[in-house]
Ligand binder design. Structure first.
Ligand SMILES: Nc1ncnc2c1ncn2[C@@H]1O[C@H](COP(=O)(O)OP(=O)(O)OP(=O)(O)O)[C@@H](O)[C@H]1O
Ligand SMILES: [Mg+2]
Length: 353
């Protein structure tokens, strides 16, 4: 699934660098095509610069440069993936016209198609295949099609371009992170991607996201305003301690902390379950498995607790499992621990390859 807001990628590359600008940490990967397979040459995880009004092109440039350097990539071209703070992803019914025209239509009348005024946004569309029983017999002029619309503020995209230039890099594509996760999942678990109805849950820092995939198509996505930050904050309150101590306790996850965490995960579980219920009711189909990624997916306890809340088998997954590892020695030992963080970046790189 390709859905960049901005792309200058005219042909597929043999070496791709993708950088996922998370709100807590930035993750980068460098992947190379080799024969009929792909190799992971390196990855990087670095704390993100504060993502607020003060985020300047200079700060971001220094950060991108540092991530690119630690990847040691022999290319200046990068794909950037941006999160739900800076992008949106929606389904819409639109007239059947070329994508270039759709982008303009959305720009000038987003309210008509997305029920929201979104001035200063840049859009891109991915046309979804027609469903059985759709309006194929209607005359072309009145025909509508379903599209997945990605949007991001032009001002933010300009900031990214300026920062990349400042870092001596060239942005090939800017893509919503959710698309990256779905692309990585398609590569890592192709059977489940094409044949099953699954939910991909990414537990991020300020938000979590859920995407429901049915037969290889992204059918629903929702954002929940609960992530690792809120879990730590609520744990600090419950323990009567500060944030840093609570973060340490959360990572150690003793039996006592587990008891606290169960209660703290309930609201997240409920919100995710509500999205699954909505989809199941609308489609009269059942979600069979939930695949969890993001920092919190490194905790087997959190994944298990979500499973009891969602009442659907939940598991974490390894988004780099389909890659041959050609990593520097110190990364070889750590990649398994880190892989839950790399879904978005890996999918971004694969779209460029
Ligand atoms: N082993 C672990 N157990 C529990 N939580 C963890 C663990 N490792 C990381 N986290 C949590 O993951 C969170 C960061 O997740 P992640 O790196 O996926 O966020 P992000 O991608 O930067 O944010 P976003 O996707 O929302 O922009 C932090 O709150 C951290 O506490
Ligand atoms: Mg993230």
């Amino acid at each position: 699934m390709a859905l960049p807001f901005q792309t200058s990628l005219t042909k597929k590359r043999s070496l791709a660098v993708a950088i996922d600008l998370g709100s807590h940490s930035t993750k980068g990967v460098c992947i190379q095509r080799r024969g009929s397979g792909f190799e992971l040459l390196g990855y990087a995880v670095q704390e993100s610069p504060p993502n607020d009004q003060q985020l300047s092109a200079d700060n971001l440039a220094a950060h991108l440069k540092s991530v690119a350097q630690s990847l040691g990539a022999k290319t200046k071209q990068i794909t950037l993936l941006i999160g739900v703070d800076h992008s949106l992803l929606r389904h819409a019914e639109v007239p059947m016209v070329p994508v270039a025209d759709l982008r303009l239509m959305l720009k000038y009348s987003s309210k008509n198609y997305l029920q929201q005024d979104l001035p200063d946004y840049v859009f891109d569309c991915h046309v979804l295949p027609p469903r059985a029983g759709s309006n194929a017999a209607e005359p072309q002029r009145t025909q509508k099609c379903s599209v997945l619309v990605g949007g991001a503020k032009k001002q933010f995209l300009d900031l990214l371009q300026e920062a990349a230039r400042g870092a001596g890099l060239i942005t090939d594509q800017v893509t919503p992170g959710l698309i990256g996760t779905a692309n990585a999942f398609e590569m890592a678990l192709p059977e489940a991607f094409t044949k099953e109805i699954v939910a991909l849950v990414d537990i991020g820092f300020n938000h979590s996201t859920i995407s429901i995939l049915m037969n290889g198509e992204l059918r629903l996505n929702r954002v929940v305003a609960i992530g690792g930050h809120k879990l730590t904050g609520s744990l600090a309150e419950a323990m009567g301690t500060n944030y840093a101590e609570a973060e340490k306790a959360k990572l150690a996850m003793s039996d006592e902390i587990q008891a606290f965490m169960l209660g703290l995960l309930t609201p997240l579980g409920r919100e995710l379950r509500a999205s699954i219920d909505f989809f199941e009711k609308q489609e009269d189909k059942t979600v069979t498995q939930v695949f969890v990624s993001g920092g919190s997916a490194r905790s087997p306890f959190i994944v298990e607790a979500l499973q009891s809340e969602l009442m659907v088998p939940c598991r974490n997954w390894n988004p780099v499992s389909f890659l041959n590892l050609a990593l520097p020695p110190q990364q070889m030992g750590e990649v398994e621990q880190t892989s839950a963080l790399l879904a978005v970046a890996t999918g971004g790189a694969m779209a460029a390859l």
